[in-house]
Structure formats: structure tokens, C-alpha cells
Design a protein around this ligand. Structure first.
Ligand SMILES: Nc1ncnc2c1ncn2[C@@H]1O[C@H](COP(=O)(O)OP(=O)(O)O)[C@@H](O)[C@H]1O
Ligand SMILES: [Mg+2]
Length: 171
């Protein structure tokens, strides 16, 4: 992994990070670091075009959580559950027909359980999701290159991103 830069803001968002991965494996490795550092109740929102790497990244998170039986994106259902050190609730809004489906899904139920929530296509319902979260934006740069931008919202996630900066030697 080659780190491009840590983006520092004057405003509240003091600890955004940008980095570029040059393979699927690198993206999964970053995801695994997130999975290792995750705590109960964490909410991780993934945003980016089709093929940007959101599902690959979630596979990495699953590995970091020690989940052996992770399959794939829950493209045809709204949510898939996996049991591990912490449970993983993998949610995908790609096929969301109606915003009301989220209310029916009971997002807060998932967040108050014994695991973490990872939401693909979170931008389709950002207003309905808790304000405090770790937002990760994926951008397709080249065939095997993706830019990942981490935008923590709230103290828990600012702290988490600080930890990651240490781990990735960003400073
Ligand atoms: N650096 C990279 N990071 C992640 N995926 C990559 C990378 N380079 C190439 N790819 C490929 O891009 C695709 C990403 O697919 P996927 O994770 O399903 O995207 P999404 O869930 O965002 O639609 C995979 O086919 C993967 O092999
Ligand atoms: Mg996907």
C-alpha cells in the first residue's frame, strides 16, 4: 500500500485520511485492519460506484473480525448476518426500492446488537442513518487502483481513524 496523504482539516473533520490501493488484496488488507479494530455498535458506511471495491473491502472487514464463512455481497437481500468475534451485519442498499424499507429493516435494532454494521450504497439513505459513523468513499482511479477516503463523524470514529493512522504510519 502506498499512502498518498493524510488530509487535515481546520474544521471538525480533523482526521480524514486518503489512501490509494493498487490491488484487490490491498483493499482487503485495509478492510481487515478495520475489522480488527472494530467495536460493538460500530457503523461503517461505504459509498462509491459499482465495482469501486465496497464488497471487497467488506470481505476484508469480515476477515479482520475472524469470520470464516463470509460469502459475498447481499445484493439480493437487504442484510446478511455473520457470526464471529463480533457479528457482522452486512447491509446493501443497492436494490433499495423505497426508502421506507430502511425503516422496516429497523437499522437501530442492528446497531444495538452484538456486532457491527457495514452499509454499501449508504448514500442512498444517508439522512436516515445515525450521524455518528465512519464514512468511506471509494473512487475508481484505474483498472487496479482505488482511492479510499475515510471521513469519521463523531468521537468514536475520530479516535478509530487516529488508531489507523498510527497503524498505517500516517503522520
Ligand atoms: N485496488 C482494488 N481494490 C478493490 N477492488 C479492486 C481493486 N483493483 C481491482 N479491483 C476489482 O474491482 C472489483 C470491485 O468489486 P466490488 O468490491 O464488488 O465493488 P462494489 O461492491 O463497490 O460494487 C473486483 O472485481 C476487484 O477484483
Ligand atoms: Mg458491492
Amino acid at each position: 500500500m502506498r499512502i498518498i496523504r493524510a488530509v487535515l482539516h481546520e474544521e471538525v473533520r480533523t482526521s480524514d485520511i486518503e489512501l490509494v490501493t493498487r490491488s484487490l488484496e490491498e483493499t482487503q488488507r485495509i478492510g481487515a485492519d478495520i475489522g480488527e479494530g472494530a467495536e460493538i455498535g460500530d457503523l461503517i458506511l461505504l459509498v462509491g460506484d459499482l465495482g469501486a471495491g465496497k464488497t471487497c473491502f467488506t470481505q476484508g472487514i469480515a476477515r479482520g473480525l475472524g469470520l470464516a464463512d463470509y460469502t459475498s455481497s447481499p445484493s439480493f437481500v437487504l442484510v446478511k448476518e455473520y457470526q464471529g468475534r463480533l457479528n457482522l451485519y452486512h447491509i446493501d442498499f443497492y436494490r433499495l426500492d423505497d426508502i421506507r424499507e430502511i425503516a422496516e429493516l429497523g437499522m437501530s435494532d442492528y446497531l444495538n446488537r452484538d456486532g457491527i454494521c457495514v452499509v454499501e450504497w449508504a448514500d442512498r439513505a444517508l439522512d436516515l442513518l445515525p450521524e455518528e459513523h465512519l464514512l468511506i468513499k471509494f473512487e475508481h482511479l484505474a483498472v487496479n487502483e482505488r482511492r479510499l477516503r475515510f471521513e469519521p463523524r463523531g468521537q468514536r470514529y475520530a479516535g478509530f481513524v487516529e488508531e489507523l493512522k498510527g497503524k498505517w504510519n500516517l503522520r
